[in-house]
Design a protein around this ligand. Structure first.
Ligand code: ZN
Length: 512
C-alpha cells in the first residue's frame, strides 16, 4: 500500500519529510519508491495533501479506569458545590436500581463558594444508594453515608487521611491510602464491566490517533484484562504495562524480566509512589508539607532489587521533595541499573527545585510528563506553589537540559487525547488566556518527539517503531493538515483522520 501526495513527517532526522510512504505487511517499506510503484498493482491512497505522522503514544494512562469513567458522572469544571450536586442528582435519575453511583473529577479548590464536600451534602441528593466520587487528581474520595457504612467504621490506615468534623465523625472525605483501601475493598468493578468498557475505549483511543499506551493500572490487574481483550478479539493497541513494585518477588520467582509478553502487550516496569498530588495538597514538598508515601531510602532499595531482577521503575513524584528524593535514589543506585541499560522514569515531575532540573539528563532518568497539566493546573500551582514556579511544569527546561521527555495524559485526570497534549505543550493555554509561563513552551517538533518517539525509547522499541523510516512497524496517524504549516492558533483545530496499527487501519480506512 502506498500513501502518496501528502506530507509524511517521519520524525527521523535523517529523512524528516517525504511525499509518500509505502506499507508492506505490518512494516514501513520505503519512502518514495521506484520499486513499490513498479509492482503489478500497488494499492495507492491519495492523501490529498494530508499529513502522516508516527502513531501517538499516551505515556501515562490508567486505561481501564479511564474506560470505565466514560460511563460515570463527571464533576470536573464545576465551580460550586451546588453545581456539583446538580450533576450528581441528574446522574442518579438515570441509574438502574441497585447500582452504586460512581463519579470523578470534583475539585473543591475550584468552587468559588468556599465550601468543602461532606457526606451530608451527598446524602441529600443520593438518598440511601451508596455513592463514591473520586477527586480530579485521584487522591481523594468523597463518600455518602451509605458508602461509608460499607466500611463498618474501619477507615484508618497508615499513609491515609480520614477527614473528621468537630465531633470526630468522618466527613465523608478520605485521602491517599485511606481512599485507595476503601476503593479496593468496597468499590470493586467486575472484570466483565472493565472489558466491555476497554473494548469501547480502544476504539475511542484509535479515533484520537493512539497506537500505544503506557498503562499504569497494573494494580487493578490491567495486564490480565488486556490479555483477555486480546484473546476475545485481537488487541490492536500496543501496551507497555506497569505492575506494582510489591509484585517483584512473584516476578522473580517466575524468572520474568521487563518486556515479557507479545508485540502488542508487554509487562515492562514497576510502579512506585513517592507522594500525593497538587490538588489534594499531598505533594511532598521541601518546605516540609505534604504526604510521603515512600522514603528515598525505600525507593533506592526498590530500584536496586528491581534492577537486579531486570526491572526498571516508574516513580510517581509531584512535589519538589519527592522529586529530589527520587533523583537521589536513582543516583545512589546507578552502578546497579545503568550497566543493565534499564530505562528509569519519574512520573509527573511537576514541581522540581531548579537545581534538580539538570539531574534528569545527567542520570539518564526520563521524565514522564503531562503537557496538559500545565495549563489546567496553572491557577492551583500559582496558589500553592507561588514561590516555586521556576521549576514547575518546566518541560522546556527539562528538554533543553537533554532529558528524555515523554508525554501522557494521566487519563482519566485529563482526557486521553495526545493531540490536545501536544497543543497544550506548545501553547501553554487551553482557554484563550495568555500562555502560562511561555518560556516553558515547547516547539511543535519537541512536543511530537515526546508523543511519538521518546515513549518508544522507554519501551526499548526505538529501532522498531516511533518513526516512519523503512523497517519500522507501520503504526501511523493521518492528520487533516500539516501542523507544521499551521499558525499556532490553528493547532487546536487539527483533526485525526485515520489511524493505522501494524499496517491495518483501525480507525476510518480510506477513501476519505
Ligand atoms: Zn497517574
Amino acid at each position: 500500500m502506498i500513501l502518496e501526495n501528502g506530507i509524511v513527517r517521519t520524525l527521523d532526522p535523517s529523512l524528516p519529510i517525504s511525499r509518500a510512504v509505502a506499507v508492506a505487511g505490518d512494516r514501513i517499506a520505503g519512502g518514495v519508491g521506484v520499486h513499490e510503484t513498479s509492482l503489478a498493482s500497488p494499492e495507492t491512497i491519495d492523501l490529498e495533501g494530508r499529513c502522516v505522522l508516527p502513531g501517538f503514544t499516551d505515556s501515562h494512562v490508567h486505561f481501564p479506569t479511564w474506560a470505565v469513567a466514560q460511563r460515570e458522572v463527571r464533576l470536573d469544571a464545576c465551580t460550586s458545590l451546588d453545581e456539583t450536586l446538580d450533576r450528581i442528582r441528574a446522574a442518579r435519575a438515570t441509574l438502574p436500581e441497585g447500582v452504586h453511583l460512581r463519579g470523578f473529577g470534583w475539585r473543591d479548590a475550584d468552587w468559588t463558594d468556599g465550601l468543602h464536600p461532606t457526606k451530608e451534602d451527598l446524602d441529600a441528593v443520593t438518598g440511601a444508594r451508596p455513592a463514591a466520587l473520586i477527586s480530579k487528581d485521584y487522591h481523594s474520595l468523597w463518600l455518602n453515608s451509605a458508602a461509608l457504612a460499607l466500611a463498618g467504621g474501619d477507615l484508618e490506615v497508615d499513609g491515609g487521611v480520614v477527614e473528621r468534623d468537630a465531633r470526630g465523625e468522618p466527613t465523608g472525605v478520605l485521602r491517599e491510602e485511606a481512599a485507595w483501601r476503601f476503593k479496593e475493598r468496597h468499590l470493586t468493578i467486575p472484570d466483565d464491566e472493565y472489558l466491555e468498557a476497554m473494548r469501547s475505549g480502544v476504539k475511542l483511543a484509535h479515533t484520537r490517533g493512539v497506537t500505544c499506551v503506557h498503562d499504569k493500572d497494573g494494580w487493578l490487574g490491567a495486564a490480565g484484562l488486556w490479555q483477555r481483550l486480546d484473546e476475545y478479539g485481537g488487541l490492536m493497541l500496543r501496551v507497555w504495562q506497569s505492575v506494582p513494585h510489591e509484585t517483584l518477588p512473584s516476578l522473580q520467582a517466575l524468572s520474568l524480566r521487563s518486556g515479557i509478553g507479545s508485540q502488542m502487550l508487554r509487562v515492562g516496569y514497576l510502579k512506585v509512589f513517592m507522594d500525593g498530588a497538587l490538588g489534594s495538597q499531598t505533594a511532598w514538598m521541601l518546605d516540609g508539607s505534604g504526604v510521603q508515601i515512600t522514603s528515598g531510602e525505600e525507593l533506592a532499595e526498590i530500584i536496586r532489587a528491581g534492577a537486579e531482577a531486570g526491572w526498571p521503575v516508574a516513580v510517581h513524584a509531584i512535589g519538589d521533595r519527592a522529586n529530589r528524593e527520587a533523583l537521589d535514589a536513582f543516583e545512589q543506585t546507578r552502578d546497579v541499573w545503568q550497566p543493565r541499560g534499564l530505562r528509569q522514569r519519574i512520573e509527573h515531575a511537576q514541581c522540581v527545585a531548579p537545581e534538580d532540573l539538570p539531574r534528569f539528563a545527567e542520570l539518564g532518568v526520563a521524565v514522564s510528563a503531562q503537557f496538559s497539566h500545565a495549563p489546567s493546573d496553572r491557577d492551583l500551582a500559582e496558589r500553592f506553589w507561588s514561590d516555586k514556579l521556576d521549576g514547575t511544569y518546566a518541560f522546556r527546561s527539562l528538554l533543553d537540559s537533554g532529558a528524555v521527555v515523554a508525554n501522557g495524559s494521566d487519563a482519566p485526570i485529563e482526557e486521553l487525547d495526545p493531540w490536545s497534549g501536544v497543543v497544550a505543550g506548545v501553547l501553554r493555554t487551553l482557554d484563550g488566556r495568555e500562555a502560562w509561563r511561555p518560556e516553558e513552551a515547547l516547539t511543535l517538533e519537541q512536543a511530537l518527539q515526546a508523543t511519538c518517539v521518546a515513549p518508544s525509547w522507554l519501551s526499548h522499541d526505538e529501532r522498531i517503531r516511533g518513526t516512519l523510516v523503512p523497517g519500522r512497524l507501520a503504526d501511523l496517524v493521518v492528520l487533516d493538515r500539516d501542523p507544521f504549516a499551521c499558525e499556532p492558533a490553528e493547532l487546536p483545530d487539527v483533526n485525526v483522520v485515520a489511524t493505522m496499527v501494524a499496517g491495518r487501519w483501525v480507525h476510518n480506512p480510506p477513501p476519505w
